[in-house]
Every structure is written in C-alpha cells, then in structure tokens.
Write a protein that binds this ligand. Sequence first.
Ligand SMILES: [Zn+2]
Length: 89
Amino acid sequence: MRRDISTATVDGNALAGVMADVVDGDITLLIATCAGCGEAAPLAEAVVEIDETAAIVRCRSCTHTLMTVLADPGGVRMVFGALRELRRP
Ligand SMILES: [Zn+2]
C-alpha cells in the first residue's frame, strides 16, 4: 500500500528544531559512524589530538579523521572528514 508523504522545501531555519534533537546536551554521548571503516561508537571513545588551535577527532578503529574543531581569531569552526553520521543513542 502506498503512503502519501508530503514534502516541503523551506530554508535552513527549519533545521533549528530537527538538529536540536541530535546536538542538544552532551555531544560526547552521540554515536559517531566512521565512513572509513563503518565503526559506530560514542564520540567519547574517539581518539583526540588536541592543542591550543585544534582538536583532531580520529576514529579509534581505523584512525581516519572524523572531524576537526578549529579555533582561530575568526572563531571556532568544525570541519567534517570521515564522519558519516551522528545519532543520539
Ligand atoms: Zn574508522
């Protein structure tokens, strides 16, 4: 049986609500899936190389860079690498 699904195209402001369901609270509890090897584990279990300007987050299983958090005079930003998915457990 076919379900009727309505889809709307809106601007990015619509993300505020749906993304809050994922990223509110302690993000280290989120399950990160690595695009390199498929491993899914809490961010708290990732390997992090950190100094004053960057935190490089690596997959504990295959060492691919999942993402990098950069802090510079322009502010803080996240650069995504092999992070395929983040989900709330
Ligand atoms: Zn991996």
